[in-house]
Design a protein. Structure first.
Length: 163
C-alpha cells in the first residue's frame, strides 16, 4: 500500500499547491480535472520520484553525484509526464489546463525548458526534504483508509468521464 498512499498524499498536496497558486493568479479555487481533492499528475510525479530514488540507491553513489543524477533523470521524467498529461487531458476532456506557447523555450503547449527545470528542482527538493517526512506519515495510514481512497478515486474518475 506504500505506493497507493504516496500517490494519494502527493495528489492531495498537488491539489493544495495548484489551488493556492490559482487563488493568487486566477481568482479560481478548483484547478483539477476530477471532483475530489486530488491532482493526480502530482501523485504520478511522486511515484516517479520514489522509483528514481530507489533506482539510484542501488548504485551507492557519492551524495553530490546522486543529487545531480537524480535532478537530471527526474527532470526528464517530469517533462514526459507533463507532456503526456497535457495531451491526454486535451484528447479526453477537450480542455487545456496549461499552455506554455508564450514561454521562450517551449515545445508546443505542454512543455518548456523553464518549467521543466523548475519541476526538476521541485522534485529534487521533495525527494531529499519532503519525502522522508511523508514516509513517516504514510506508515501510519490504516489500510482501510487506502482502500477507501482507491474506491473514491475510481468513483470520481467514472463521474468525471460521464460528465
Amino acid at each position: 500500500m506504500y505506493y497507493v498512499n504516496i500517490f494519494f498524499i502527493f495528489s492531495f498536496l498537488g491539489f493544495l499547491f495548484e489551488n493556492f497558486l490559482n487563488l493568487f493568479t486566477n481568482d479560481n479555487f478548483n484547478s483539477g480535472i476530477l471532483y475530489g481533492p486530488w491532482t493526480f499528475i502530482y501523485g504520478i510525479g511522486a511515484l516517479l520520484i520514489v522509483v528514481v530514488r530507489k533506482f539510484l540507491a542501488q548504485y551507492h553513489l557519492k551524495k553530490w553525484k546522486e543529487v545531480i543524477l537524480f535532478y537530471l533523470l527526474i527532470t526528464i521524467f517530469m517533462t514526459l509526464v507533463e507532456f503526456a498529461g497535457g495531451m491526454l487531458i486535451e484528447n479526453i476532456f477537450h480542455r487545456t489546463y496549461w499552455d506554455y506557447t508564450n514561454m521562450r523555450f517551449n515545445y508546443g503547449k505542454y512543455i518548456c525548458l523553464e518549467v521543466s527545470l523548475s519541476w526538476g528542482l521541485l522534485a529534487t527538493l521533495v525527494n531529499y526534504f519532503v519525502l522522508p517526512f511523508v514516509n513517516k506519515i504514510e506508515k501510519k495510514i490504516p489500510i482501510f483508509v487506502s482502500i477507501g481512497l482507491i474506491l473514491l478515486f475510481i468513483v470520481d474518475i467514472v463521474f468525471t468521464l460521464i460528465n
